[in-house]
Design a protein around this ligand. Sequence first.
Ligand SMILES: C[S@@+](CC[C@H](N)C(=O)[O-])C[C@H]1O[C@@H](n2cnc3c(N)ncnc32)[C@H](O)[C@@H]1O
Length: 576
Amino acid sequence: MKRGKKARTVKPDNDEKLWRRSPDPVEVWDSDQEWEVGEIVDVYEDPMDPKRASRKYKVSWIDWQREDGSNTTWMSEQECQDSFPNILKVWKAKYSQGKAKLPPLPESHQTSLFHLDLEETLLNIRYVPPTTPAASTSRKRKTPPTRAVDDDEDELDIIDMAAPSPPRATTPPRPSIRMRKSVRAISASTQSSRAVSEELPTQYDSPSPPRPAPPVPSSTSSPYKRPRIPPINTTPARRASIASTSTPSSSRTLVNPASAPSSSHHGKGKGKGKSKVTIMNDWDTGDAAFITVVNEVDDEEGPALPEWFKYLEAKYLRDDETTIDSSFFAACDGSTGRCTNPDACDCQGDSTLKNDVGERIVAYDRQRRYTFPAPGGALVIECNEACECEPDTCVNRVAQRPRDVALQIFKTADANARAAQRGWGVRVTERLQRGQVIGVYTGELIPRAKAHRLKAPQKHYVFDIDFNENDEQDDDMSEKWSVLSYNCGNWSRFLNHSCDPNVRLYPVLFDHPQIPKLAFVAAKDITPFDELVIDYLDAAGVRTASLKRERLKRPKDSTACLCGAGPAKCRRWFPG
Ligand SMILES: C[S@@+](CC[C@H](N)C(=O)[O-])C[C@H]1O[C@@H](n2cnc3c(N)ncnc32)[C@H](O)[C@@H]1O
């Protein structure tokens, strides 16, 4: 079966993309113009890449910004080296000493920080007031240089290289760098620029309050040309098909082969975890419901995350393709009410979802609750950006909506001290009804073969995503994919295993014609402060009807289960 038969032109207006805060315009840079570089604010690298060729730096620009107020772009190491080697050198020196700090949040995030402040009463969160970019910028321009770094090739004035001070009543100075040197223009496809921008959203790309006019590139007196955004990889998306929409849950495997839970990836003791305020700030996307971090057990500040961890609420970080031609999506014409009928809604033409008595059904009821089609795990095909149905009212758009369930990342603890070895987990602060969709699993989309070679701790954070692919003409999906949430991802990387889960997963297509997201759904009614737990075995497809047989089937490289489901339910192990 082919998808894409009903392709049509997508509306240019991105307003219908529910999960996207603002459209990223195609960015084209005039290679003759110059902009002033601000600073390196972040770094990303693939730890499986020993030569660090994948390393990218997030750079802020002083006199350039997008219409939405964001002013950062990602650049490869080579581009940074070619353009501003001294800034790079200084960053590396600071980074290696662990001194490089992220700059204060943009103004747009003060609203959510106010939210944090309110939470403080309830959760005993220490609130750190941010400085505003505007204040920092004006300060930066006025502050005289305190230290200069000489370089034969570049003229570099470091006005203030001190790392941001601890929070205090007055605004601390930020690093400020002004350089005078031309940068060679770096070519890259504008399509890939867009993709990079979409795939690495962070708080620093968040929109600030609107400004009256879009940025006008400064005159040639500006010290820097602004290079184009580098691509991650420019391999174009190719047409492929979903040969079968039947995806038994058994085909989704949690790759978690490890020995007993170790503290290495949980982080134990003071100082190993990230500050919870840092995490809550970094993880506040503005679109999705708030995430808080709570530790009522010990003095660990927050869960241990790689320094470079990127929060991705609803996107995979793909390095295999940068654009998705939406003409490959099958689309519906949006006739009133048709999306509730799988036989009438064109996007659902390939769907095999059925209820217990064999009737074709839409995955969701009118309250947007998942209906648990039989057999469990069948692929859900939601309406997409090429459809003409109304995004706000269409019942076949659920997993693609911004997450509206507030979540808490918390340190687990039980009467049994060993159970605390489960590390951090996820819980809700509100009541959930069975069928309520919570969110989707995100991270780096990597080839299956690569995922299976991973060692701890990365291997503890991998899901395989599978669906059947039988169309011989389509060779580009012969590759199997996994999602690694160690370096980037969202709250779901903290979901623990239970032999008696209250959350299940199902694969759902909505933003890519072939590669599904895995959506988490409440499998039963869940009360506030219940931990959300999934069955890793359920995903691994080794379940049998008999608990006794499952206990006997324990693989060599499995982990002793501490889920606490009780002797009648606990298998005593899970894959890992
Ligand atoms: C995907 S991580 C879950 C998040 C993890 N608790 C953390 O703090 O980062 C999976 C790891 O959590 C621990 N874990 C999850 N569920 C467990 C359980 N039922 N019993 C023992 N350890 C568990 C194991 O160490 C496992 O490798």
